[in-house]
Design a protein around this ligand. Sequence first.
Ligand SMILES: *Cc1c(COP(=O)(O)O)cnc(C)c1O
Length: 354
Amino acid sequence: MSRFFSKKYENLTPYTPGEQPQDMQYIKLNTNESPFPPHPAVAEAVKQEVESLRLYSDPDCKALVAKLAKQYGVAPEQVMLTNGSDDVLNFAFMAFCDEEHPAVFPDITYGFYKVFAEINHIPYAQIPLKEDFSVDVADYCGVNKTVFIANPNAPTGIALSLDEIEKILKSNPNNVVVIDEAYVDFGAQSAVALVEKYENLLVVQTFSKSRSMAGARLGFAIGNKNLMADLNTLRYSTNPYNINRMTSVAGIVTLENQAYTDKNCGIIMENRENAAKALKKLGFALTDSKSNFLFASHPAIDGKTLYTELKRRGILVRHFDKPRISPYVRITVGTAEQMDALIRTIGEILEENQ
Ligand SMILES: *Cc1c(COP(=O)(O)O)cnc(C)c1O
């Protein structure tokens, strides 16, 4: 820390991203990226766009917003795009939380929520998940705070139903409820269906996981148009050109090829179920994941050792050295070949560990 760093940030603990090692080729199952490349038409569109890079991008991203609005059956005024969904989550903390509207989220969830609360000096509460790692909906009913829930949750993969989310929305009419749907395309129900009915609902999604575009940085929010206006006030006060031209065309072409995304999600869900079965056979306990990752623990090996042993053998998974979840590893679901290699390697590690 320099002596010039503002006191207001001296206690800030930044988010720790998953490893992106450059030293060797790993089977990379640690940051929930898609194992599939973007649709081939994306490369062509991005190449075409290069000529226009001398010009600023459209701050309203009209073409992409219109496509998303159409796909989700909402008006363009109900959609806002950001530089990854982390960007819009930060805006949501800034816009909808303060002393009178503290933030609330589970004790085990996406690590960025806590960081966004802290950087914006927002008071927050963390509610423990139940013993089985599910969200107790009753804890959030009438909680009278700005609610942040990842659905499915990370790193557990467990999803709430639409009925449960509706209970939270209905019982907190004076607070915004943010549903972070980074993983919704892998088998959970989207709350976009409720945005017409609840003016306090903000749904956040991303192109990073199901749409194979983590490196392009594209996220979006859907909700009531007045919420969008608030978020846009903040966006225009920080970086109106937050979506670059190449990302914007990549997003448009990706939406034009929705069948490709659907097919990839289908393969990942199938690989997830097969890998879950194989891991159970090896003695693992797993949560019921509706996402593109598995959350698994084994009675004979702790999470950190398993992570380290897998890394030594060229397979990266994620381990969180945190209370309650340190026995677990989070495994991104990759291709069938990658999952076979994972299962085989875990089998070997377990044998050696006996
Ligand atoms: C990956 C992830 C995000 C953010 O991803 P972006 O790449 O910033 O769009 C948001 N929430 C959860 C729960 C995630 O796992």
